[in-house]
Design a protein around this ligand. Structure first.
Ligand SMILES: [Zn+2]
Length: 142
């Protein structure tokens, strides 16, 4: 994939993440998060945060998208890229990056995957998943 295609791909993923954030169930934090990922096969899957009155069982947008991708592609799913966007109730973009648990989930499926997330000024940060979690957990072989 050349640079122009890659940029267009990220642009489409970013829009899907913004769209997914509109579906968020976030009555407690009022932070609506959307994520859209592209698998190595080229398919796109989205997720949003889903909160719960029992706070710890709420789920993140990124891991929601990953669960959907694994359900569709099975154990061979590999992550190529993911975009994440978060908004306040009034639609103002809020600066977020994937949380620690999601970083671990991202590197499980693609340490070299592109990760892009929206900032408050409307710009997008781009980084490799592995760079977000350099000392990630790796299950030791026994
Ligand atoms: Zn998370």
């Amino acid at each position: 994939m050349n640079a122009a295609h890659k940029a267009a791909d990220l642009s489409a993923l970013r829009q899907r993440a913004i769209d997914a954030a509109r579906q968020a169930y976030a009555p407690y934090s009022n932070l609506s998060v959307g994520a859209a990922l592209r698998s190595a096969r080229g398919e796109v899957y989205a997720g949003c945060n889903v909160e719960n009155g029992a706070y710890p069982i709420g789920g993140c947008a990124e891991r929601g998208a990953i669960a959907t991708a694994v359900q569709a592609e099975g154990k061979d799913f590999r992550l190529a890229a993911i975009a994440v966007a978060a908004f306040a109730v009034d639609g103002t973009p809020l600066p977020v990056s994937p949380c620690g648990a999601c970083r671990q989930a991202l590197v499980e499926f693609g340490a070299d995957a592109q990760v892009t997330f929206l900032q408050a000024d409307g710009s997008w940060i781009e980084v490799d998943a592995g760079a977000l979690l350099p000392y990630r957990f790796i299950l030791p072989e026994q």
